[in-house]
Design a protein around this ligand. Structure first.
Ligand code: GLN
Length: 488
């Protein structure tokens, strides 16, 4: 019974709940048992909120019995990255410095899922303050890839991707500042969407780099991700960067296929560093699009070669400012000390791990008097050029397609001693953040030799998530689902 429930995707489960052939309690118990059975190996969860989940499920079942189901997410067990504030439930951002912090309110995205009736299973593992590409910067424990436990799930939303791949939850929320939804989605063989900057409220999400951070869903299928995005998208008066543009209908045209779409293939994304097995799968996906009636258009994004350099000035600069608030006074950890200055210093020295410290130093340096113009301001100018590359490209195409990451999931420990190698995992994803554009990762098969998933990245016009999802769905439908991850 449990295995059958776990085999359903989100929308199928929703159909069963609507028809009252299954209850939310059954689904929730199935998920909790699955977490219990697998998470010792996978490590996707930092905290399981079983009691709360059971109460949520009971309430959902009671609504269903009254004929008052709130919609397709009512009663569906989900989980969120531990970067989202959850009322009364410890929220750490993967950092010792926030250990023990219980927020007094829910992030807007979480509140919207709750309002839709979702069941919250718990908080998911991540790189500390979302800084990383492998989940290995979590201060608490590593997370492992359900396809191969010797490999990372990617990061920083590693737990969010692994939980979906391990069938512990029907969908999750992550955040993406430079690739943190798309790269783990690619590594774990799930769908991950980074919406347009401003499409989803970041209110109540621990800030990393505020001009880049965006919230988005991860799920087993494109349709499931579309449904989750529908629930969380839209203006929020509490986040002044959230857009007032109306939210599209992400499901209405999902099945319309790829015929007639112009798919831009950036020359620069198929150069050097791209691993041949990944390239083979991505090219195969492009050929499928052609067979489906889409047209491939060669495009150029000449400034994308500067994306990593610009990102590693802008993101640390903003992080150094955002992380200044963790001073031992207001949240979480406070180190014992004799005076105030010593308390600040000790708290930050003990509370932050090596990666946030590295970013704070880089960012503080880049923002210091005399260097601001040379570094931060210049990086912002490069950012404009990157955005213009895309604007030009979108005159000739409707979506841009290419690899998500240059490789498949790498092994735990493989890149830990070399931060630059780790940073390169995001070489293809960062441009969409710098240009504020929507992007997603959709599975496009298994690596021919290594037999772990490869993701195809699609990037769209601002606020055109609907076209992006429709294009992703066309590929998904054509190639069929991946098998279940074997090692969870
Ligand atoms: N890996 C990138 C970094 O470490 C991106 C992280 C993210 O998107 N949150 O900054």
């Amino acid at each position: 019974m449990s295995a059958e429930i776990l085999g359903l995707d989100l929308r199928a489960l929703s159909g069963e709940l609507a028809a009252r052939r299954l209850s939310s309690r059954e689904a929730t118990e199935a998920a909790l048992s699955r977490i219990e059975a697998t998470d010792g190996r996978v490590g996707a969860f930092l905290r399981v909120t079983a009691e709360g989940a059971r109460a949520d499920a009971a309430a959902a079942d009671e609504r269903a019995a009254r004929g008052a189901r709130r919609g397709p997410l009512d009663g569906i067990p989900l989980a969120v990255k531990d970067l989202f504030l959850t009322e009364g439930v410890e929220t750490t951002a993967g950092s010792r410095i926030l250990e023990g912090y219980r927020p007094p309110y829910d992030a807007t995205a979480v509140a919207r899922l709750r309002a839709a009736g979702a069941v919250l299973l718990g908080k998911l593992n991540l790189d500390e303050f979302a800084m990383g590409s492998s989940n290995e910067n979590s201060a608490f424990k590593p997370c492992r890839n359900p396809w191969d436990l010797g490999r990372t799930p990617g990061g920083s939303s590693g737990g969010s991707a692994a939980a979906v791949a391990a069938r512990q939850a029907w969908g999750t929320l992550g955040t993406d500042t430079g690739g943190s939804i798309r790269e783990p989605a690619s590594f774990c063989g799930v769908v991950g969407v980074k919406p347009t900057y401003g499409r989803v409220s970041r209110y109540g999400v621990v800030a990393f780099a505020s001009s880049l951070d965006q919230v988005g869903p991860l799920a087993r299928t494109v349709g499931d991700a579309a449904l989750l995005l529908q629930a969380i998208a839209g203006h929020d008066e509490r986040d002044m960067t959230s857009s007032t543009l109306p939210v599209g209908d992400y499901l209405a045209r999902l099945e319309e296929g790829a015929a007639g779409l112009r798919i831009g293939v950036p020359r620069e994304w198929f150069g050097g560093g791209l691993e041949p097995g990944v390239e083979a799968r991505v090219r195969e996906a492009l050929a499928r699009y052609q067979a489906l009636g889409a047209r491939l258009v060669e495009i150029s994004l000449p400034h994308s070669r500067y994306a990593i350099a610009a990102y590693y000035l802008i993101a640390p600069a903003e992080a150094s400012s955002n992380l200044a608030r963790y001073d031992g006074v207001r949240y979480g950890l406070r180190a014992p000390a004799r005076g105030l200055r010593e308390m600040y210093g000790e708290t930050r020295a003990r509370g932050f791990g090596p990666e946030p410290k590295r970013r704070i130093m880089l960012g503080t340096y880049a923002l210091s008097a005399g260097y601001y113009d040379a570094y931060y301001l210049r990086a912002q100018k490069v950012r404009t050029l990157i955005r213009r590359d895309f604007d030009r490209a979108f005159e000739a195409c409707d979506v841009v397609a290419g690899p998500v990451a240059p490789t498949v999931a790498f092994r735990l420990g493989e890149k830990l001693s070399d931060p630059l190698q780790m940073y390169l995992a995001d070489v293809f994803t960062i441009s969409a953040n710098l240009a504020a554009l929507p992007g997603l990762s959709v599975p496009c098969g298994l690596h021919p030799v290594e037999r772990v998933p490869v993701g195809l990245q699609l990037v769209g016009r601002p606020f055109d998530e609907a076209t992006l999802l429709r294009a992703a769905r066309a590929l998904e439908r054509e190639q069929g689902p991946l098998p279940a991850a074997p090692e969870a």
